[in-house]
Design a binder for this molecule. Structure first.
Ligand code: GLN
Length: 200
């Protein structure tokens, strides 16, 4: 699979930014809005945005069960920010009726970094993605990962910013997620990492 077809869940959120980053990494991109779209893709990105809205739309469009089934059957997936929430098996501080697709055995706290730091940038320690150099990351009303199951690997922790050592990127098999938004920076390394995961 030299040029994988990667879907971006296009219900809400920063779909275009992910599309551009994935295309820059050599992937073909399909915006996924239907079950038929979902069946075509080799991997799927859950964009940043608002997870309560994304969840509501996924239910309304009859996509939540097909998405769960796709993840269960091994579709590689990457979620940023709201996408991390969508991929978490368990969430804290979600809306009462908020559903997730799941796939990552993690507990994620929504809006965890708090109001006073709605947005911030921080350096990350992310050896699997970038080696020893720190990676600059942008957080916008970001969730953090509060607990991880035994099969989950921590990809990154924050080194600076409002709270150090917090887990902000995880991977379980071919499903990965970040609290931050690489799609809105010029740094393509997280998307490259995911495209390679899809290529297998
Ligand atoms: N706070 C948002 C949510 O709960 C996530 C923010 C984002 O994706 N930038 O979904």
């Amino acid at each position: 699979m030299t040029k994988p077809l990667i879907g971006v869940l296009a219900l809400q959120g920063d779909v275009r930014e992910h599309r551009h980053a994935l295309e820059a990494c050599g992937a073909d991109v399909l915006e996924v809005r239907t079950r038929a779209d979902l069946e075509r893709v080799d991997g799927l990105v859950f964009p940043g945005g608002e997870s309560t809205t994304m969840s509501k739309l996924a239910v309304a469009f009859g996509l939540i069960e097909p998405l769960r089934a796709a993840l269960r059957s091994g579709l590689p997936a990457y979620g940023s920010c709201a996408g991390l929430i969508m991929l978490a098996d368990r969430i804290l501080d979600g809306r009462e009726d908020q559903q997730t697709v799941g796939g990552l055995d993690v507990v994620v706290r929504r809006n965890a970094f708090g109001r006073q730091v709605d947005s911030f940038e921080a350096d990350l320690h992310a050896p699997r993605i970038v080696g020893v150099a720190p990676m600059r990351a942008v957080f916008i009303r970001a969730p953090w990962v509060e607990a991880v199951g035994p099969a989950v690997e921590v990809l990154a922790r924050v080194e600076g910013g409002p709270r150090t050592d917090t887990i902000v990127a995880v991977q379980q098999g071919n499903v990965m997620a970040t609290s931050f938004h690489p799609e809105i920076t010029a740094d393509l390394r997280v998307h490259e990492y995911f495209v390679n995961l899809v290529r297998g």
